[in-house]
Design a protein around this ligand. Structure first.
Ligand code: PMV
Length: 369
């Protein structure tokens, strides 16, 4: 089993002066939720997610070797420019600075380079869809491409594992956006090679019903969240129900693992909807307590339950740490479900906006050095 020290790059065998890589990485939606963490982004419980296909971040990383010949320059700082959609974005820099600080131990070559990070999302800006998972995953992929140039012997398996390890240090759930359609993160007895340090693709046979599962994201509220997920995770310390929750999540993961293999959608729906509501129940029972759902979120959940009851179409919801609703359903019901969404749910979305997505496969290399 790999440990933290295995990810320290200490065998640099090659040199590279400059170059550019571009990677895309998708967002993901958790089915069993990660909520609560220990030091260094170690999850309090294992989680599992569907990788999305259309909601992505595309990040171009330009790098050039620094020359420390001027007195004013020194190699004790990171050197980078940050562009969002081609324009400088100072507000995003502290997050990247913090990410570099966290991963420096594992990527000691970072200070040898000046970086230009140019990033954009395929989903609308401030849509309430968190870009931290896709953003950190795309940046981690680019950094690993640089590391691979420095250490060409690296295996493909290690490349992806370390990318997920680095992404996790940026934003926990980002480690599930690297590789695979269904990704588990966090140690779990029944999931082969599962680790708290990185995500692993769900390797047992995934039932065909999930192969092109649909996720239509209803944008209920596009505003800034009042409580960040960092604060939310922290509130799981000394939470009155945390202990129980950290026992429940691995049990739900065991049940969901079976469902992902046997395609039992009634069970799928029960686990996934219960997980979504439990996540929000944890928020509502924190001290201080908070609610991220909006009245329209609840309207949508009730409509979905009514529609499912009436039609027996296996459509269900999950929620992220926000008011938006992810509507999940098998591809064979795409036409009727989209019609239902247009007829009955769009009115609850801010400016009638929603995004059609489906299960995807992970990050992609767009431009090689
Ligand atoms: O990765 P973070 O620290 O932003 O936490 C994400 C937590 C949830 O999205 C609510 C659940 C999950 O497992 O993705």
């Amino acid at each position: 089993m790999l440990s933290e020290t295995d990810f320290i790059a200490n065998s640099i065998s090659s040199d590279i002066y400059q170059g550019i890589f571009t990677w895309s990485a998708p967002s993901n939606i958790a089915l069993v939720k990660y909520w609560g963490k220990k030091q260094d982004q170690i999850p309090a419980n294992p989680s599992i997610s569907f990788t999305l296909n259309n909601c992505k971040t595309i990040t171009k990383l330009g790098f050039s070797k620094r020359h420390f010949d001027k007195l004013s320059e020194n190699n004790s700082t990171f050197s980078f420019d940050l562009l969002f959609e081609g324009k400088p974005k100072e507000e995003f820099k502290p997050k990247i600075q913090k990410f570099f600080e966290r991963i420096e131990k594992y990527c000691p070559y970072l200070k040898n380079y000046h970086f230009t990070i140019d990033t954009q999302n395929t989903f609308p800006h401030s849509s309430g869809i968190a870009s931290s998972a896709s953003g950190m995953a795309a940046l981690a992929m680019n950094i690993m491409s640089l590391e691979k140039e420095l250490n060409p012997e690296m295996s493909a398996d290690f490349f992806y594992k370390k990318a997920s390890f680095l992404a996790r240090l940026g934003s926990g759930s980002a480690c599930r956006s690297i590789k695979g359609a269904v990704v588990a993160w966090g140690e779990h007895q029944e999931i082969k090679e599962s680790s708290n340090l990185f995500g692993v693709a769900f390797s047992p046979e995934l039932h065909s019903v999930f192969h092109n599962y649909q996720d239509t994201i209803l944008l209920v509220d596009k505003g800034e969240k009042q409580v960040s997920s960092t604060v939310g995770h922290d509130l799981m310390h000394n939470h009155p129900f945390a202990e129980q929750r950290f026992l429940q999540a691995p049990q739900n993961l065991s049940k969901l693992k079976l469902v992902l293999e046997n395609g039992n959608l009634d069970e799928f729906i029960k686990i996934v909807e219960s997980e979504a509501l439990t996540l929000h129940a944890m928020m509502m029972t924190s001290m201080p307590y908070f609610i991220l759902m909006k009245p329209n979120t609840l309207e949508i959940l009730n409509k979905i339950w009514k529609y499912r009851n009436e039609t027996k179409i296996p459509v269900c919801f999950t929620l992220d740490a926000g008011a938006n609703v992810h509507v999940l359903y098998p591809e064979q019901y795409k036409n009727e479900t989209l019609q239902f969404i247009k007829d009955e749910l769009v009115g609850y979305c801010q400016n009638g906006q929603y995004i059609c997505d489906e299960i995807g496969f992970g990050s992609q290399l767009i431009l090689e050095n």
